[in-house]
Design a protein around this ligand. Structure first.
Ligand code: NDP
Ligand code: MG
Length: 385
């Protein structure tokens, strides 16, 4: 039995993780959860799973949950804000933390969990993008595991099992191409928020859906792969694979390519990460090759989908640059979701921020948090929000 905390239990990954727990209760037990503002879903989770700890990061939602627990005589510790996230991610009674909050807010609780000796099932890619080197150092120092939940990284992790990393030639990260695959810049001039949110393969939270439409999601994943697997950027190749059946691949020096395949169901990588090293019975559908028509592959268009190119540049530059890229992206996506900017402006904002803010300062948690604030303020001020 593994005992766990879910950071971001009300989100897309969080609710799919709850479904995995629901279907394998003899293997997984939920001790702590967090949510931001969605107190209604939090109450449902409390009723169904009875966690001992609940952390809310939005004031009104925190008060609602406090009152609910008082009125219903729930023996639950209700916690507040980032301190709450830090507490529930380092509880003595848990083994593993699933980080499925969205954005770099996950950085401190993830580090806290690692320092407390907890394994991490990592969905929250922004955390690794901004603090990759610091996190990986702490992982080694504290002898814990990072088990990737992002489907591509879960695939690579599985393709590396039993093989020597020294013999890897390259990592091949697959991408569906998002809702605008095949489009050119002129076609994207006036695309709407609704069109951008319509991902052809996956049903995900809003921020990652927009990241998938710009290909920034793949850019963040390139940086995530660099830190998780210690692979040079020149050896990470992105390939568009619209069917999303092959979740990623590893090519070895002898030319052999090992891939991991499965349905487009996040419960599979979630379940694998939470039960690692054991494989458990599938909670969803299995792949049926008689029903697959074809698997196709394309080269990504880096001129149209500029954020992917910028992510390689930011990753190779290293230091504080991925933080600048990520902060500009979090702010730009927020503006796009609020219909304040057009789709193509997202890439322009990233480029401008990278040119404006880069400095060679040493990377620390403080410098990451400070730079994140500066860049976000700059982007929001530019659009008077
Ligand atoms: P969602 O937007 O669906 O969920 C985000 C979760 O984080 C919710 O529980 C939300 O709470 C909480 N949250 C939002 N804002 C804050 C905040 N400021 N402070 C603390 N908590 C907050 O996101 P996803 O589940 O889609 O994605 C989560 C992470 O996983 C992202 O980093 C994403 O890139 C990654 N990922 C997602 C995949 C997917 O299929 N969805 C696949 C691979 C990776 P509330 O509901 O109360 O707002
Ligand atoms: Mg992914």
């Amino acid at each position: 039995m593994k005992r766990l905390t879910i950071l971001g239990a009300t989100g897309s990954v969080g609710t799919q993780a709850l479904d995995v727990i629901r279907k394998t209760r003899e293997e997984l037990s939920l001790v702590g959860i967090s949510a931001h503002s969605n107190w209604e879903s939090t109450i449902q989770i409390i009723e169904e799973f009875n966690p001992k700890y609940v952390a809310m990061t939005e004031k009104n939602a925190f008060e609602k949950i406090m009152n609910y627990c008082k009125e219903n005589n729930k023996k639950i510790e209700v916690l507040w804000d980032i301190e709450g996230l830090n507490i529930i991610s380092s509880l003595p009674e848990i083994d593993i933390v699933l980080t499925s909050v969205v954005g770099m807010i996950g950085l401190q609780p993830t580090l806290n969990a690692i320092k407390a000796g907890k394994d991490i099932a990592l969905a929250n890619k922004e955390t690794l993008v901004v603090g990759g080197q610091i996190i990986i150092n702490e992982v080694k120092k504290n002898n814990v595991k990072i088990l990737p939940v992002d489907s591509e990284h879960s695939a690579i992790f599985q393709c590396l099992e039993g093989n020597s990393k020294e013999e890897v030639d390259k990592i091949i990260l697959t991408a569906s191409g998002g809702p605008f695959r095949g489009k050119k810049i002129d076609d994207l001039e006036n695309v709407t928020l609704e069109q951008a949110l319509k991902h052809p393969r996956w049903n995900m939270g809003k921020k990652i859906s927009i990241d998938s439409a710009t290909l920034m999601n793949k850019g963040l994943e390139v940086i995530e792969a660099h830190y998780l697997f210690g692979i040079d950027y020149k050896d990470i190749q992105v390939v568009i694979h619209p069917q999303s059946i092959i979740h990623s691949m590893v090519q070895y020096e002898d030319g052999s390519v090992i891939s991991q395949m499965g349905t487009t169901d996040m419960r599979l990588p979630i379940q694998y990460a939470l039960n690692y090293p054991k494989r458990r019975k599938a909670v969803g559908e299995k792949l049926d090759f008689y029903n697959l028509e074809k698997l196709t592959f394309e080269k990504p268009d880096l001129n149209t989908f500029k954020p992917l190119k910028l992510a390689y540049t930011a990753g190779e530059k290293g230091g504080i640059m991925p933080t600048i890229l990520n902060a500009a992206n979090e702010a730009a996506v927020d503006l796009f979701l609020n219909k304040k900017i057009k789709f193509l402006e997202i890439g322009n904002i990233l480029e401008e921020a990278m040119n404006k803010f880069y400095s060679c300062e040493a990377l620390s948690i403080e410098s990451i948090i400070e730079m994140d604030k500066r860049v976000k303020n700059y982007v929001f001020d530019s659009f008077k929000l």
